[in-house]
Each structure stands twice: as structure tokens, then as C-alpha cells.
Design a protein around this ligand. Sequence first.
Ligand SMILES: *Cc1c(COP(=O)(O)O)cnc(C)c1O
Length: 457
Amino acid sequence: MSTHRPRPPSVETLLVVARGRLADGTDAEAVTAIARDVLAVERTRLAAGESATDLERLVDDVLDRLEAFATGSPHDLTPVINATGVVLHTNLGRAPWPAAAVAAATRAATGYSLLEFDRVVGHRGPRFRAAEAHLIALTGAEDALVTVNNAAALALAVGLAGRKGVAVSRGELVEIGGGVRIPEIVRRTGARLIEVGTTNRTRAADFEPPLADGRATVVLRVHPSNFAQTGFVEAPDATELARLAHAHGAIVVDDLGSGALLETAAFGLAHEPTPAERLAAGADIVTFSGDKLVGGPQAGLVVGRADLIARIRKDPLARAIRPDKVTLAALAATLGLYRSGRASTDIPVWRMIAMSPRELGVRADAVLAGLPTAIRGRVRASQMASAIGGGSLPGETLESVGLVIAGEGPAALAARLRAGEPSVVARVEHGAVLLDLRTVAPEDDIALAGAVARALA
Ligand SMILES: *Cc1c(COP(=O)(O)O)cnc(C)c1O
């Protein structure tokens, strides 16, 4: 070991320099803890044989970290431009919120609210019900309930079976993502899973035996939201299955996953089932997500029969997985946009889906024009295909327009784009980097041009 290796400054030295530059009232212990972190990094660098960092730079680092914590902008939530063309990218946080939802969430978070308070009588009242009221109006359900996500909503709904059986088609025993599997959710609720039919073909009649002998009290339908079956396949007709279940006193729970509140076929996509049509087909409970095609905050939406929702509401688990005031406010604002007739213009997810190739082409040309001439030759506008993602409309694509960057090392270029500020997440296809403009907010087009210029410099 060399004794000449430089040593980092002491915590005290760092603090003396930092102190003059700190905001009034900053807690000294917090600063000391961050200074220790910065010095630990420096010590590791020095041990690896790297040269010593200036004292001023170390202090800058301490102050930058304090500022990032104070402003709620730690490194892992760095701004991201989603250029993948996947509208509901689960790893990128699914749906960006509508402006109205952000404003409502800010209001709910900032002050006190009448969350659970009746101002006429002056004491506890029913919990804020605006989101539920919107859900009832939008789906025709008798009642509605909101949970933290759809997996939780599904667990609550399946819990209606108690210790009895939940009958599910073998074609619908799916993994919904992140390793979460329907059979495991069912078993975790304490209910018994009863598998019915075969992987590719299940008929309503296959449900008859467990219903007739009373083993199954819940029939669960799970929408194949992230895969598609083709060929020799058959799924039971919703109405027929509901009639059979009801004849035996069982209830039908329909997990839609995405659950569109607008007609997707009007946007050139396949038809995605709506909660209203599933209720009309006889489902007693329908569950879906708040942050998939609904386009709002993460939430689980439960709609259906009033007596069953009342039972669900009494389940202690419902309390354990209820959403907070900020989510409720944002969700109510998002759902309000459907009722005001402004969903396709004011909800980012729908605005992106609705954007025409012509509009996208105009934007692509503008981004190209914003690139320095030296690199413009490597980039061209091109047609491409966007996907919906987030467990919605598997295999369906929308004709889109974006930028293609050809040339050497697409993986390395994609990595440089991701490492930039803002971070740009692209798609690599056929040896080229693709930037699909459909999922880029138009107000980010200029930032995207800058990021591409830096990555290619
Ligand atoms: C996405 C999905 C879920 C899970 O919803 P989260 O809101 O992510 O918890 C459950 N079921 C289906 C069919 C889904 O597509």
C-alpha cells in the first residue's frame, strides 16, 4: 500500500466551506450525513487510483444532493421522454396525468379538504365520493369503489367467494405482469381455484359442473389483455356464462384490466371491452385500472351491484388498500373529463392515440429542422408503428411517424440517449434507433431535438 495516496478532506472541512452557502434553517445533521456520503464516494475513487476532486467540487456535490432532496427531484425520477411509441409503458409510469388531474391533486395535497367531513353537521361524513359518482354515471353501475390498483381490486372482488371456489377458464389463468399471476391472487385471498375448460377452448357449459354442485360461488373472467390467441380457440359467451352463473346463485367477476371508457374502434384500433358493456352482459362486478386506457392515476376501479360493493366495502382488506386523497382527487378530475366530453382532447393517453400520421409527420419535419446541419444527414423521418401497451390491445398497432437514426452501434446510441438529460428512451429495430413521436409530448419536441443532437455529437 502506498502511503502517498491522497486522502479526502475531513467532514469538518467540507462543512465549513458548505455552511456559507446553505439555505437558512438547514438542519446540520442532514448536511453532515450527505457530506459523509460524498466523501465515501471520493474515498472509493481515490482507492481506485483516480485523482483527488477539488474541495469546491465536493461541496457543490453536497449542495446539489441537498437541493435534489429538497425539491423532490432525486436522480431516479429524472425527466424522461418516451420515444418508444408504447403509449402505456408500465416501466415508464404508464399514463401521464391530464392537467386537470395534476391541478386537482395539487389542491388536495396543499390544504385541508372535506375528504371525510360533513360541513353541514360539522363532523365525520362519508368519504369523498366524486370519483365513485363519476364511475356510476360512466358505466351505468349501481355502485363503485376505488382501490390502490386493479390487482387489489381483483383481490377484493375474488374475496367475495370467501373459502368457496372461484371458477376460471384455463385460457384465462394469465400472468398480468411483474410475475403476478391470476391463480396466485385467487389462492392468496383464501378462495379455492377451480380450473375449467382447456387452454385454447372453453365453453359456458364447462362451468356447469362446479356451479351445479355448489363448489364455485364466483365465476371469474380475466380479459386477455397482454396476449392474443389465434387458431382453434373459443371463449364462453359473456351473456350465456352470466345466465348460467346466476341460475346457480353464483356471481360473475369480470377483470377487464384496461377497461376503456371511450370506443377504441373509433381511433382505428380493435374494440376494447368497456365496463358498461360487460355489466350489460351480466357481470356483477367489473374491475379495471385507473392508469391504463382510463388515462389517470394508478388506481383500481370496482363497479357493479350495490349489494356486492357494500360487502366489499366492509372487507377489512378494502381499508388496507384504499387510495389517498391525492389519488382520489386526480381520479375524479380524470373521470370528469369523460363526462365533460373532453376526454379525447384533454387526456394525454387519448390525445396521443388520436394523433394522426399527418400531424406526426409535421412534427417530425420540425424536429429534423431543429437538428444541427452536421448531424441531420444521419436522421430521417419515417413511418413506424406505435403500440398501446400496458396490458391493452395486444398486437394492435397505430400507424405513426418518427425519426430513424441509422448507422453504427444503435445499442450504444440508445444508451447515450437514455443517459442524457432529459433521458430519452428509444426503440431499437432492424439495426436502427427509432424515435416514435406519438408518445412524445409535443411540448417536448424541442428538448428531443437537443437530446438527439447531444447524443450524436
Ligand atoms: C393490468 C392488469 C391487471 C393489474 O392491474 P394494475 O392496475 O396494474 O394492478 C389485472 N388484470 C388484468 C387483466 C390486467 O390487464
